[in-house]
Write a protein that binds this ligand. Structure first.
Ligand SMILES: [Zn+2]
Length: 165
């Protein structure tokens, strides 16, 4: 079947030829979970020196601790051997440098139709949002104090993580 995804499926067949993950149980082998942005400048495993299988990774626009991120972290901690959690939004993030109105205008222009009803989780103060997000994880009743939680800003121009909390 001809597909809009042929190039990617072809690359996947090549990937599969040397695939060695059969039977792996899917725990976080390095005990790490990371919440970060969907931004394509972020290479979550490589920036931490990790390999596939080492970490649970949850991504969304802005790298925010949403209810779904908390759901993922609770599962990670209790079922998938997560012991350390990194919350890592990044510099020059569109979600932290645009207003809701700006994003709606840009999407409206691209879509050629009204997008004023679409929700976007814009961040007005990235530092404050990070502190709040770390607090949400630490305060979650199902995430024990033994789990280490850190808040970091990832610099997309240097590749460095800077711990803020
Ligand atoms: Zn971003």
């Amino acid at each position: 079947m001809a597909s809009d995804f042929d190039d990617l499926l072809s690359a996947n067949r090549t990937f599969s030829e040397t695939f060695d993950g059969a039977g792996f149980d899917g725990v976080a082998r390095a005990g790490v979970a990371l919440v970060t942005c969907m931004d394509s400048r972020i290479d979550p495993l490589r920036m931490l020196g990790l390999s596939p299988g080492d970490a649970k990774i949850f991504r969304n626009p802005g790298g925010r601790v949403t209810p779904q991120a908390l759901e993922a972290l609770v599962l990670g901690v209790h079922l998938l051997r997560v012991e350390r959690i990194l919350i890592a939004p990044h510099t020059r993030c569109a979600m932290a440098s645009s207003t809701l109105e700006e994003l709606r205008e840009r999407v409206s222009a691209s879509a050629g139709q009204d997008a004023s009803w679409q929700t976007f989780g814009v961040v007005t103060d990235q530092e404050a949002a990070l502190l709040d997000d770390v607090h949400k994880v630490r305060a979650h009743p199902l995430i024990p104090e033994s789990v280490k939680v850190g808040g970091f800003i990832y610099d997309v121009d240097t590749g460095l993580l800077d711990q803020r909390v």
